[in-house]
Design a protein around this ligand. Structure first.
Ligand SMILES: *Cc1c(COP(=O)(O)O)cnc(C)c1O
Length: 407
């Protein structure tokens, strides 16, 4: 980039490869107009005008780099894509209307009838439905395997396996997958590895640097960080993401410019928020671990968690999502939740507000009893997404919940 004093300083500020995360999160990808605004601009326009029929034709054909139509080109959305790509260390990013739109777009772009997918068993419930119900309808078969069972992954590979799909750490038990080993397995068999990086965000984990081919995001969660907008993204190299963008042009699962602007603002504070989520998450996990009314705590930051060592190697922090089992069953878990005073009872996560849910009857309620047992979703399990309120206040509200257990 030319120096600060140059008169013709570029309005488009390219992501500096040597910037660190906090700088990328605040600076990467911004496009400035001639008005020289400091904050990013929202472009609420569906289409763009051309100087001539010839320019329109060239732009439509892709020979001219300009914007065409906001279903697949919008400057505010582009700024968000550039910034998230910079943070993930990726060549490119395609923003989508939601996290699910990101997953479906990647599937529609990269899979075809007759392909086989291997997906970790504990993925987000709706992701499970996409593979198990809708992809199946179009002739894509999916095998579900336990996230941490490397032998299971190897055994599931077929000649037509095209995609391995994981979330790590998993929801709600915080199991941790070895991204590098799964990437190796995928590549040795001509398949791709996609990692849903929702829980860690690029601040805590950069799956592409460990060999993954695609990163999926629900921007709805930590990237926004304050529970306002739905959005998603597919991140990866130019070849794969341009196929996803080509699908988006036809499929129309587009992120709105307003939402992209909210996510741009969210990204600016992502590194500092994730640090604080990790600190609060650790404090709450350690405290829960000492309580007599708690049976077990599932948080990969605790030394006795089976994924602790791998998480320490692979992640920069352990995040803000944990789960714990109270002594008893559904009655005790519900009584605990109902006796808290202000922690939000909602299935959402990645918010500055702490949230709590009973997986067996909400997020995982559609699983059969057998599948719940396989996934470790017992009736006494509670998921807690630790927000950024004061630790002491979160602790006191959990103690209010514990009073229902006679604690
Ligand atoms: C929420 C979530 C999704 C889906 O994202 P939406 O933005 O709600 O569509 C996908 N994966 C994970 C891990 C999630 O938590």
């Amino acid at each position: 980039m030319s120096g600060r004093k140059t008169e013709t300083r570029e309005l488009l500020l390219p992501p500096e490869v040597d910037w660190r995360d906090a700088t990328q999160a605040i600076r990467a990808g911004q496009i400035r107009t001639q008005e020289q605004e400091h904050a990013e601009v929202i472009y609420p326009t569906s289409s763009y005008v051309f100087k001539s029929a010839a320019e329109a034709a060239a732009t439509f054909a892709g020979d001219n780099p300009g914007n065409v139509y906001s279903r697949y080109t919008n400057p505010t959305v582009r700024m968000f894509e550039e910034r998230l790509a910079a943070l993930e260390g990726a060549e490119n990013c395609v923003a989508t209307a939601s996290g699910m739109a990101a997953i479906v777009s990647a599937c529609m772009a990269l899979l075809k009838s007759g392909d086989h997918v291997i997906c970790s068993r504990n993925v987000f419930g709706t992701t499970h439905a996409v593979f198990d119900k809708y992809m199946k309808k179009f002739g894509v078969e999916t095998t579900f395997v336990p996230l941490t069972d490397m032998e299971g992954w190897r055994a599931a590979v077929k000649p037509n396996t095209r995609l391995l799909f994981i979330e790590t750490p998993s929801n709600p038990l915080n199991e941790v997958a070895d991204i590098a080993s799964l990437a190796q397995l995928a590549h040795a068999n001509g398949a791709l590895l996609a990692v849903d990086n929702c829980f860690c965000t690029p601040v805590l984990q950069k799956p592409l640097s460990l060999g993954a081919d695609l990163v999926i995001h629900s921007a709805t969660k930590y990237l926004d960080g304050q529970g306002r907008c739905l959005g998603g993204a597919v991140v990866g190299d130019k070849a794969l993401t341009s196929e996803v963008l080509a699908f988006l042009r036809s499929g129309g699962f587009t992120m709105s410019p307003f939402n992209a602007w909210v996510f741009l603002k969210g990204l600016e504070t992502l590194p500092i928020r994730m640090k604080a989520h990790c600190e609060n998450g650790m404090k709450v996990a350690q405290w829960l671990n000492e309580q007599s009314w708690v049976e077990t705590v599932h948080y990969c930051g605790l030394p006795d968690h089976p994924g602790h060592e791998l998480a320490t190697r692979q992640q920069k922090g352990y995040g803000g999502v944990l789960s714990f089992r109270v002594k008893g069953g559904r009655e005790q878990a519900w009584a605990f939740i109902d006796n808290t005073k202000w922690i939000s009872i909602t299935a959402n996560l990645g918010d500055v507000k702490s949230t709590m849910t009973h997986p067996a009857t909400t997020t995982h309620g559609r699983l059969s009893d057998d599948d719940k047992a396989l996934a470790g979703i017992s009736e006494n399990l509670i998921r807690l997404c630790v927000g950024l309120e004061d630790f002491e206040d979160i602790r006191d509200d959990l103690l209010a919940g514990a009073a229902a257990l006679g604690a």
